[in-house]
Ligand binder design. Structure first.
Ligand SMILES: Cc1cc2nc3c(=O)[nH]c(=O)nc-3n(C[C@H](O)[C@H](O)[C@H](O)COP(=O)(O)O)c2cc1C
Length: 357
């Protein structure tokens, strides 16, 4: 079980990859009539059953509300479950006591002596399904009540770079159009080739997901531990395989001079505007009104069929393994809606925590 204790929202995500079911219990959610069509749309993007990026593990990921949904309305606390239907534990028989390099297998052994790694247990990306249910409802709430939209897209796959907000902010329409097939705004073909090539080689590639919060709330967050970047990163880092998060120009700012990095203020038509957005919409941990922009770096999928060195924890000897089974060659592709959902949870919770909300 993994627990998020937020300002107002508390979320517990439970279950394992090969358990009968996984789920989430949530407390403190504001009143909302759940749009099930929208919820299913988001869930489908995380786990498409057909198309170029259908997952090899076929899971309908149908959320069932066990508690807290009355006449379609949530008001406070709820519990949602998703059944694991397409479990194939035999894929992991040959891996017993042989931790997959860079997966969570070895640290799981260090923590509780576990040597059976079927499906990655509670570290599996299956657990992002309940996270997406909660996040999708947050996305709906943010849009319906404040017009805030949290949208993501793939900006890089392996060495192939596509459109980035660092050059120019994409329009919401550009991003939404990309959801039909492959979630990148440009260089889709090249990205697909990069993934196909890695897959043919029995290997995997990483990627970068960019996320933009359009029409964000202003003046949300605070100094030090209250900072909005920290609140967002906290949930984004809960997504498996995330190894980096940067806001605005992020690490590029370190190579710039202040005179180029600073975002000037100007009054236009009687309104104060921040002219550029190098800071990604947050200064001093507080949202400044510009779109919040962030980049999330995903590592290549750890489970690959290229021969790798590991150890046999029972025999205490060096061994080599080849990981077969139904693994994504680039986890960043299916992670796009997961990033949106994680960011939406953080933004809504930060807003609910503001004294004037
Ligand atoms: C949407 C998604 C799908 C994933 N699919 C796989 C997979 O098929 N095989 C795998 O080894 N890892 C997969 N991962 C990544 C692992 O879960 C992750 O690398 C592992 O739990 C170790 O955590 P860490 O990379 O954050 O250290 C996936 C991650 C995400 C977000």
């Amino acid at each position: 079980m993994s627990t998020y204790k937020g300002e107002k929202l508390n979320i517990e995500i439970y279950g394992t990859s090969h358990a009968e079911k996984i789920g989430a219990t949530v407390t403190g959610f504001p009143r909302i009539k759940v749009d099930t069509n929208y919820l299913n749309e988001v869930m489908k993007r995380r786990s498409p059953s057909s198309g170029i990026f259908s997952t090899k593990r076929k899971e309908p990921d149908e959320p069932i509300f066990e508690k807290g949904l009355n006449n379609g309305v949530i008001d406070g606390d709820f519990e949602v479950v998703i059944c694991n239907k397409d479990v194939k534990s035999s894929d992991y028989n040959s891996l017993y006591a042989k931790p997959r390099p860079s997966h969570a297998d070895y640290v799981r052994y260090l923590k509780n002596g576990e040597k059976d790694y079927r499906g990655g247990g509670e570290f599996s990306a299956r657990l992002t399904a309940p996270l997406c249910v909660v996040g999708a409802i947050c996305k709906q709430y943010l849009f319906e009540n404040y017009g805030i939209e949290v949208l993501g897209y793939l900006s890089q796959v392996g060495k192939v770079k596509g459109k980035s907000y660092k050059e120019s902010l994409p329009t919401k329409e550009e991003i939404k159009k990309s959801y039909c097939e492959f979630p990148a705004i440009s260089s889709s073909k090249e990205m697909l080739l990069e993934i196909e090539q890695a897959s043919k080689d029995g290997d995997s590639v990483g990627g970068v997901v960019e996320c933009v919060v359009y029409a964000p709330p202003t003046a949300v967050g605070g100094s030090l531990f209250e900072g909005l970047e920290g609140k967002i990163s906290n949930i984004v880092y809960s997504i498996p395989a995330v190894k980096g998060v940067e806001f605005g120009l992020g690490f590029d700012l370190s190579a710039m001079r202040g005179s180029k990095a600073n975002d000037p203020l100007r009054i236009e038509n009687g309104e104060i505007n921040i002219v550029t957005n190098n800071a990604g919409g947050i200064n001093g941990g507080i949202s400044n009104g510009n779109p919040i922009t962030l980049r999330v770096g995903f590592r290549p999928t750890p489970s690959i069929s290229v021969l790798q060195d590991t150890v046999d924890l029972e025999k205490k000897e060096n061994v080599q393994i080849r990981i077969e089974g139904r693994h994504d060659s680039c986890v960043a592709v299916r992670a796009v809606p997961v990033v949106e959902c994680a960011v939406a949870i953080a933004i809504l919770d930060a807003m609910l925590g503001e004294k004037n909300q």
